[in-house]
Design a protein around this ligand. Structure first.
Ligand code: ZN
Length: 500
């Protein structure tokens, strides 16, 4: 029986007849300086196989020593996710052969995870959904295989493969949710919201750089369908290594459409891992899922049990920073911005920038206007993050102040931002060098006003006869004549004075 099907059931129809149940397993590479069980560096992008040693290469006679910082980071994550922290637990040896794993086993945690039974709230479409966390455990990452010569980068069709062991042994935390039932049509959005919230939480905890594109945050998404009204859950599939927030949502959506097609045709969904393809938005069959007994888990004999003292755990708890959900609620109350703006700021990764801009003296609406407007467009054009733009929150606040003082209008402010981004210096320097300040000097404006009136006698006549609305056309001419620098309000006054 095949699990593939050409027949996808349209999404709305699929969720009208089937209830999706999702679950998420997220791997997080911790941002420790050294690896989990040895002193090798964890820096991303080093020359292949330059950060390896006998321990992480699994050479005979080498012995692992657990990284204290990695254990502390894991407890920090567990506490932030409202988990119970084990008072005593052990690492386990998970046995399997894979070319990118030099030891032929992975040191992980099996039936004694460090953190258990937590939860995290996510907000979706105005409602709060509590996602229960089953476990948070600590393990080591594998190396990386590179398949050369093929079209897809996968092993099929490749001429040869290379292995880079730099990543082998980097501390990896796995956060596993309990199944999330009752999500209905929102299942794909909830999956995405969960990963987004978890990413923000991990970033706030300073335990990982959470870069999905570099693989430091990787997500496996479990999806199953149950016929509406049925009591028993359907068989799940596990879509591996979905590496962007958008892909998380698309992968769940596709699996719902695909599994509905399989079930409609009278087939059974097969328990298997699947791969998500960014280009097509589809998943394809990977391998049938191993059962736990296939790994022959046993307690890792080379490491002592892990027994974090209660006082240490409490010390870590006391040191937790303000968590993202609480911070967003506080900032929204302080700034008075609508929910939609807060969501936009969060999605653009601009909360920190706006906060710093407000601290530097701008109002929250001003700060969010610049960061979400012109600066977001610049970042988009450059294909970079907002935070990577060569402009500081202090400089944005200064531009805001110049607008508030009447030195700049919005149009001129945009040119000042362009200048700062082009490396022409601080806003005041750009204003001086480009001559961008608003002209409200009557002597200078009068010339442009007189010229505008003289050029359009018909419009002037209309205004004289009381049709004040026509003044806009003359203001436009004055603006053009002064390259946008005229004080529009003052120009209006001068025109009306002359034509009264
Ligand atoms: Zn090493």
């Amino acid at each position: 029986m095949t699990t593939e099907t050409a027949h996808l059931v349209p999404y709305d129809e699929a969720v009208s007849r089937y209830d999706p149940v999702i679950g998420l397993e997220t791997h997080v590479e911790l941002g420790t300086v050294t690896k989990m069980f040895c002193g090798c560096r964890t820096t991303f992008g080093l020359a292949p196989n330059s950060a390896v040693c006998p321990v992480c290469l699994g050479l005979p006679g080498s012995l692992p020593v657990a990284n204290r910082a990695a254990i502390e980071y894991t407890i920090r994550i567990g506490l932030a996710l409202n988990c119970t922290i084990a008072t005593w637990c052990r690492f386990a040896r998970k046995n399997y052969f894979y070319p990118d794993m030099p030891k032929n086993f992975q040191i992980s945690q099996y039936d004694e995870p460090l953190c258990t039974n937590g939860w995290m709230d996510v907000s979706v479409a105005g409602q709060t959904i509590r996602v229960d966390i089953e476990r948070v455990h600590l393990e080591e990452d594998t190396g990386k295989s590179l398949h050369i010569g093929g079209v897809t980068g996968r092993i099929h069709g490749a001429d040869y493969s290379l292995v880079d062991y730099n990543r082998a042994g980097i501390p990896l935390v796995e956060v596993v949710t309990k199944p999330v039932p009752g999500a209905g049509a929102l299942a794909p959005v909830i999956a995405r919201a969960y990963v987004t919230e978890l990413r923000d939480l991990l970033r706030a905890l300073c335990v990982s750089d959470v870069r999905m594109e570099e693989g430091s945050l990787r997500c496996d998404v479990n999806t199953s369908l149950t016929l509406r009204g049925a009591t028993e859950w359907g068989t799940r599939t596990e879509t591996k290594n979905v590496n962007s927030l958008r892909s998380v949502e698309r992968a769940v959506r596709f699996e719902i459409e695909r599994q509905a097609g399989v079930l409609d045709a009278g087939h059974k969904v097969v328990l298997e891992t699947r791969h998500f393809h960014e280009d097509t938005g589809r998943t394809t069959s990977g391998r049938s899922k191993e059962e736990a007994q296939d790994y022959r888990y046993f307690p890792e004999p080379d490491l002592v049990p892990l027994a974090p003292p209660a006082a240490w755990v409490e010390e870590i708890r006391a040191g937790l920073p303000e968590l993202p959900a609480a911070r967003r609620a506080r900032l929204q109350a302080e700034w008075g911005l609508p929910e939609g703006d807060m969501t936009s700021l969060r999605n653009a990764g601009a909360l920190d920038l706006v906060e710093a801009t407000v601290t530097a003296g701008a109002s929250a609406p001003e700060a969010s206007k610049w960061w979400l407007g012109d600066l977001a467009r610049h970042a988009n054009e450059r294909g970079s993050e907002l935070a990577e733009l060569p402009i500081t929150p202090d400089q944005v606040a200064r531009v805001s102040a110049l607008v508030r003082a009447g030195t700049l209008n919005d149009k001129l402010a945009r040119q000042v931002l362009d200048g700062v981004l082009a490396g022409e210096g601080d806003p005041d320097a750009v204003v001086a060098a480009r001559g961008l300040a608003i002209v409200s000097d009557d002597a200078v404006l009068a010339e442009a006003v007189d010229a505008a009136i003289a050029a359009k006698p018909d419009v002037a006549a209309k205004i004289r006869s009381g049709k004040e609305a026509a003044v806009g056309a003359l203001i436009g001419d004055v603006m053009r004549a002064t390259k946008g620098r005229a004080d529009a309000g003052r120009a209006r006054e001068l025109i009306l004075q002359r034509l009264s």
